[in-house]
Design a binder for this molecule. Structure first.
Ligand SMILES: *Cc1c(COP(=O)(O)O)cnc(C)c1O
Length: 401
């Protein structure tokens, strides 16, 4: 097709240039690559890390770990937070404490970061992939209910896969890019089938669903504080739960299941060395103080992207769902199916202009280790895999306004 020069979005070159111009109107004309997400240390990070070094308590015991857990509980309104070495370990702990056992199946989106499925596999359970919806990119509750009606039976209070006979123990949902999944609808499916709900809230610190911080609807939830997340502890994560006994268990198994004793090493089960070190928590305490400010600036950046993309018909800005408040961790564009042929031209033009941009994850059910897992129809996920691209999203980009 020939470019008409009329400003139509039909031609490859024209649309890629329009998308790049829209991003340029938000971010300016950078001399060096703007990353998708970079950490920001503008608060008391240096003070707290130095104070931590001065105490000598840099490992798994120390006041910053306890303080960070209290601060996280206060910030989220979820009663218990247990700090962990990273988000993947926190998710693994969620799977353990949800009672996921070898041979179980666990419902999980194919459209999520690999860690969500890996945490299930660490329990020798099998991911059972389900579809996503196009508003929040989270698990599609209606499609999930229909899928379970087709493939599952209730027996003895448990949900079983009719074909494999395996117990379907739990549903893990991810709040993708900081947009809350439809928790009420998903909670109803879990209640209906006796499934444990786990929330992968790794990307969603500061995100609310109908006024409540995400992570408290599920029996357990995981946060991540990796370097690319909203706030970072270098590496780190946390388990969230409203249940005091699960919180006690989470702390116990993340500290090698050591029974308290003045000098003896006694361990009462197989535990894990998953506790967040105090030096990371020192960084985390300072970062958490800055989260409200970072959230406010990320919202301003999202406002700019929304306005810049409003005039384009073929590419839409992925906005927050109307039931929630997103943290806008990673901003995403959704390309209209009819203009998909131009996606790679867009990615090339954006990256050439120093705006780091990349497609969403490869669907997990396509990866070799997960190819043979049970799965539902994944029509939306397969479309979204081709249609979604991320653009630079750091809070500091709002300072250019
Ligand atoms: C980052 C992330 C994780 C894993 O967190 P790490 O701290 O990197 O282990 C898990 N799930 C999702 C959806 C993530 O984005």
């Amino acid at each position: 097709m020939l470019a008409t020069g009329s400003g139509a979005e039909g031609a490859d070159f024209a649309l890629a240039e329009r998308v790049t111009a829209a991003v340029r109107s938000v971010l300016g004309s950078p001399d060096a690559m703007i990353p998708l997400h970079e950490p920001e240390f503008r608060g008391r990070e240096w003070d707290y890390v130095k104070a931590c070094l001065d105490t000598g308590w840099v490992s798994s015991v120390g006041s910053y770990v306890d303080r960070m857990e209290q601060d996280l509980a206060a910030f989220t309104g979820i009663e218990h937070a247990i700090a962990a070495v990273n988000g993947t370990a926190a998710l693994h702990v969620c799977c353990i404490l949800a009672g996921i056992e070898a041979g179980d199946e666990v419902l999980v989106p194919s459209l999520t970061f690999i860690a969500t499925a890996n945490a299930i596999s660490y329990q020798r359970a099998t991911p059972h992939f389900v579809d996503s919806e196009r508003v929040s990119l989270g698990v599609d509750a209606a499609a999930l209910a229909a899928h379970l009606d087709r493939i599952a039976v209730r027996s003895g209070g448990l949900c079983r896969n009719r074909a494999t006979g395996a117990v379907i123990r739990a549903l893990v949902v991810t709040h993708i890019f900081g947009h809350a999944a439809d928790l009420d609808a998903l909670g109803r499916v879990c209640d209906d089938w006796g499934l444990v709900l786990i929330e992968d809230a790794a990307e969603a610190l500061g995100t609310h669903y109908r006024g409540r911080h995400v992570g408290g609807d599920g029996r357990l939830a995981a946060l991540s504080f990796n370097g690319n997340k909203l706030m970072t502890t270098g590496g780190g994560g946390a388990v969230l739960t409203r249940d005091a006994e699960l919180a006690r268990r989470a702390k116990h198994i993340t500290t090698v299941a050591r029974s308290p004793h003045r000098w003896n090493f006694v361990h009462d089960e197989i535990g894990y060395n998953y506790r967040m070190p105090n030096i990371n928590a020192a960084l985390g305490c300072a970062q958490l103080e800055r989260v409200p400010d970072m959230l406010a600036r990320k919202r301003l950046l999202a406002d700019d992207y929304r306005a810049a993309f409003a005039p384009l018909n073929s590419v839409r800005f992925l906005d927050e769902p109307d039931y929630g408040t997103s943290n806008f961790w990673l901003n995403a564009l959704v390309i209209d199916g009819a203009t998909l042929a131009q996606r790679d031209a867009m990615l090339a033009a954006l990256n050439d202009a120093n705006f780091m941009s990349r497609p969403i994850w490869t669907l997990i059910h396509r990866l070799p280790m997960y190819r043979d897992c049970p799965r539902a129809e994944l029509g939306n996920a397969e479309a979204l895999e081709r249609e979604v691209i991320n653009v630079p999203s750091s809070a500091n980009l709002a300072d250019r306004r």
